[in-house]
Design a protein. Structure first.
Length: 183
């Protein structure tokens, strides 16, 4: 695994992707490796949002705004304190990423990309999660993959979580090394 100590701090990472892409697993491992806080973005949803999703009702953009503001508050708190952190957020639309990342150049976007069939199998196998399999189609329909100008680190979720974490750390280290090189 790349040396997490070689990564300049603070580093704030937002891990995005559709439900079932492995955001929680990968983010928890990433935060543990970096020795920094991990925030499950779904825990920041207002109770009404969780209830809607549990009943198979897709959220509207208006439903998501209080949630996105809570995510921004978490990120900006880390930034203000000079802390590192890893946070999950589906961040399916560019407009959502514009809210949570916007002009925060010190926040790294990681996109966990996976094929529909793989994600569907994973979601069908998990239990006691508020997001029902019936909403997977709406997740993929809503998904706007990050554009190059968002500077995402895109990782295929077909591999083992430890391999995904290694890939993310290696790419962050490469980016930071490139930023430190003299021109």
């Amino acid at each position: 695994m790349p040396d997490a100590c070689a990564i300049a701090r603070p580093v704030i990472i937002v891990v995005m992707g559709v439900s079932g892409s492995g955001k929680t697993t990968v983010s928890a491992m990433l935060a543990a490796t970096l020795g920094c806080p991990f925030q499950e973005g779904d825990e920041l949803h207002p109770p009404g949002n969780v209830e809607r999703m549990a009943h198979g009702i897709a959220l509207t953009d208006a439903d998501r705004m209080p949630w996105l503001r809570r995510i921004v508050a978490e990120i900006d708190g880390w930034r203000a304190r000079g802390e590192s952190g890893v946070l999950t957020c589906s961040a399916l639309k560019r407009s959502y990423r514009d809210v949570i990342i916007g002009d925060r150049a010190d926040v790294t976007l990681v996109y966990l990309k996976g094929a529909y069939d793989l994600i569907r199998r994973r979601m069908a196998a998990r239990h006691e999660h508020f997001m029902p399999l019936s909403l997977l189609d709406s997740q993929f329909a809503t998904l706007q993959e990050p554009a190059p100008d968002e500077h995402p680190i895109t990782v295929d979720v077909g591999g083992a979580p430890a391999d995904i974490v290694r890939s993310i750390l290696r790419r962050i280290e490469e980016r930071q090394g490139a930023a430190r090189r003299p021109i």
